[in-house]
Write a protein that binds this ligand. Structure first.
Ligand SMILES: [Zn+2]
Length: 156
């Protein structure tokens, strides 16, 4: 997720952990932001594509990490108390970029964050999710290019 910091550009291409992926996926340079996750095969609609994994941290630790400077933030809110930090033990799903018209929807099931296909996805397409950033936090400009782009990653 494009939050803060520039010093953590990985020298190696990040990898998808195949244990958490149900389709062939790969991480490549993205036009949207740094890295992106791409379908390496066709994915039908309404299928589990992958799971978002990471270290499970509580509210206080989430606040601390989100305020840390110079660090890429890969925090995914699980519920009002728990957050998964994809920077630690992430499956690769943390490299999915934001789009206002995404092809992936997230579903929280039994404490697991699942990335489901919102429509059929063709081989070679970049996987995108709507980050749904809160409207009352710092504004993040969106350049996803979708016809219905909100202009910010934050909700209106
Ligand atoms: Zn947008």
């Amino acid at each position: 997720m494009p939050r803060s910091g520039t010093k953590q550009v990985p020298k190696q291409v990040p990898k998808i952990n195949p244990k958490y992926a149900n389709f062939k996926l790969e991480i490549k340079r993205s036009k949207i932001h740094r890295w992106g996750v791409y379908a390496a095969e066709d994915i039908p609609v309404r299928r589990k594509v992958m799971e978002y994994t990471g270290e499970r941290i509580n509210r206080r630790e989430t606040k601390r990490r989100s305020e840390e400077q110079g660090r890429m933030i890969y925090l995914f809110t699980l519920d009002s108390y728990w957050t998964l930090d994809g920077a630690v033990g992430g499956s690769g799903a943390e490299y999915c970029n934001h789009c206002c018209d995404p092809n992936i929807v997230t579903e929280i099931r039994n404490g697991h964050i699942l990335y489901m296909s919102r429509r059929a996805i063709r081989k070679g397409e970049e996987l995108t999710v709507d980050y749904h950033f809160a409207k009352d936090i710092e504004k993040y400009i969106c350049k996803c290019g979708a016809a219905n782009c909100r202009g910010t990653i934050n909700l209106k």
